[in-house]
Design a protein around this ligand. Structure first.
Ligand code: NDP
Ligand code: GDR
Length: 332
C-alpha cells in the first residue's frame, strides 16, 4: 500500500518541493490548506503538482482542524512546515508568530498523540535558533541564543518536539535547517529580493535595489536538496535531530555580486543601503556543520551557491519576460 504524508505549510517554498519529492516516491500527499482571500497555489502549479495533492482545509492554530486532517489523511508521516517564517515580520506581529510558529507545533504534536502516536513527525527547526553565535561553526551541540520573536517561537517548537519524543516516545525529529533558497522563495527574503531586482533592472523595469545589512553572512543551500534531508530523517530506525547546511558562509554583499554579475552588471551601481531594512537585533553570521547528516543520513548538498543564484536569476528573468509580453498583448 502507498505511504501517506500530511504536509502543513504545503503552499510555501519547502512544502512545494517536499510534495514533489514525496509524489515522486509514490506517496499519497495531503496538504493542510489555510483559508486565505487570495490564491496560494502558484508554487504547486509551477512545479506541476497542484492537481496531484489532496488538500484539507485547516490551520495549525486550530487543533481540531489538525485532528480532522489526520482523520482524513491517515498519514504515516507528518511534516510540520507551517510558520510565520519571515524574521522581519516577527517584530511586527510577535503574538501571531508565537501562536503559529511556536504553539502551532504543540497543536500538531497533540493531535498526533491523540489520533495515532505511531505517526512519524518532522519539525522545521532553523539555524535562527543559534542567533547570537556561541561557537564559530554550529552543530547539534551548539547552545541556542535566538535573536528575534521568530527565533524564540522556533525554540519552543524545537524543544516541544524533543520533549514529546522523550515524554511520549513519539517518532519526532527536528531538522535544524540553515537558509535554503530556490526560484520558489518568497520575494521578501533577501536572495529572491535580489534575484527579482536583478531581472527587473536588466529588463529596464527597476533602477535601484534597497537593502539593509549586506555584511550579514548566511550558509545558503538549495531547497530542493534540503527537502531530501527532511524525508531521510523520517526513514531512520530512531528519531533524532540534525543540522542541515552546506558548511560554507557568504555575505549578502557577495551574493549580490554573483547575482548582478550573472547578467553582466555591477551590484555597486544599483544597491542602496536603506536603514529601513535593518533589524532590531541581527543574526550577523551563520555557518553550519552538516557532518551528522552526512554520516547518519548519507545526505550532502548537491547545488553550489553560484548555481543556485544563477538558477534564481534565470527563473526571474523568464517571469519578467512573460509579464512584459502579457502586458504588451493587453496594450495591443
Ligand atoms: P514559507 O514562508 O514559504 O511557507 C510557510 C507556509 O506556512 C505557507 O504554506 C503558509 O501558508 C503556511 N502557514 C502560515 N501560517 C499558517 C497557519 N496558521 N496554518 C497553516 N499554515 C500556515 O516558508 P518556507 O517554505 O521557506 O519554510 C518552511 C518551514 O521551514 C517554515 O516553518 C520555516 O520557518 C522553516 N525554515 C525555513 C528555512 C528556509 O531557509 N526556507 C530554514 C529553516 C527553517 P500560506 O501560503 O497560506 O500563507
Ligand atoms: P533570514 O532570511 O532572516 O536568515 O531567515 P532573510 O533572507 O530574510 O535575511 C537574511 C539576511 O539578509 C539581511 N538583509 C536583508 N534581508 C531581507 N529580507 N531584506 C533586505 O532588504 C535585507 N538586507 C539585508 C538580513 O538582515 C539577514 O541578515 C530565513 C527564513 O527563511 C527563516 O524562516 C529561516 O528560519 C532562516 O532563514 C534560516
Amino acid at each position: 500500500m502507498a505511504k501517506s504524508a500530511l504536509i502543513t505549510g504545503i503552499t510555501g517554498q519547502d512544502g512545494a518541493y517536499l510534495a514533489k519529492l514525496l509524489l515522486s516516491k509514490g506517496y499519497d500527499v495531503y496538504g493542510l490548506l489555510a483559508r486565505r482571500s487570495t490564491d496560494t497555489l502558484w508554487r504547486l502549479r509551477e512545479l506541476d503538482i497542484a492537481e496531484k495533492v489532496r488538500f484539507i482545509e485547516g490551520d495549525v492554530t486550530d487543533t481540531n482542524s489538525i485532528y480532522r486532517a489526520l482523520s482524513k489523511a491517515k498519514p504515516n508521516e507528518v511534516y510540520n512546515l507551517a510558520a510565520q517564517s519571515f524574521v522581519g515580520t516577527s517584530w511586527e506581529q510577535p503574538g501571531l508568530t508565537a501562536q503559529v510558529t511556536g504553539v502551532g507545533v504543540l497543536n500538531v504534536l497533540e493531535a498526533i498523540r491523540n489520533f495515532d502516536p505511531s505517526i512519524r513527525f518532522y519539525q522545521a527547526s532553523t539555524s535562527e535558533l543559534f542567533g547570537l553565535i556561541q561557537e564559530p561553526v554550529q552543530s547539534e551541540k551548539t547552545p541556542f541564543y535566538p535573536r528575534s520573536p521568530y527565533g524564540v517561537a522556533k525554540l519552543f517548537g524545537h524543544w516541544i518536539t524533543v520533549n514529546y519524543r522523550e515524554s511520549f516516545n513519539l517518532f519526532a525529529c527536528s531538522g535544524i535547517l540553515f537558509n535554503h533558497e530556490s526560484p520558489m522563495r518568497g520575494v521578501e527574503f533577501v536572495t529572491r529580493k535580489v534575484t527579482q531586482a536583478v531581472a527587473r533592472i536588466k529588463m529596464g523595469l527597476q533602477k535601484e535595489l534597497r537593502l539593509g545589512n549586506i555584511d550579514a553572512k548566511r550558509d545558503w543551500g538549495f531547497a530542493g536538496d534540503y527537502v531530501e534531508a527532511m524525508w531521510l530523517m523520517l526513514q531512520q530506525d530512531m528519531p533524532d535531530d540534525y543540522v542541515v547546511a552546506t558548511g560554507k558562509t557568504t555575505s549578502v554583499r557577495e551574493m549580490c555580486r554573483i547575482a548582478f554579475a550573472h547578467v553582466g552588471l555591477n551590484y555597486e551601481d544599483y544597491v542602496i543601503i536603506d536603514p529601513a531594512f535593518y533589524r532590531p537585533a541581527e543574526v550577523e553570521v551563520l555557518l553550519g556543520n552538516p557532518q551528522k547528516a552526512k554520516d547518519a543520513l548519507n545526505w550532502e548538498p548537491k547545488t553550489s551557491l553560484e548555481e543556485l543564484i544563477q538558477m534564481m536569476v534565470d527563473a526571474d528573468l523568464r517571469r519578467v519576460r512573460l509579464e512584459m509580453s502579457a502586458t504588451d498583448a493587453i496594450q495591443r
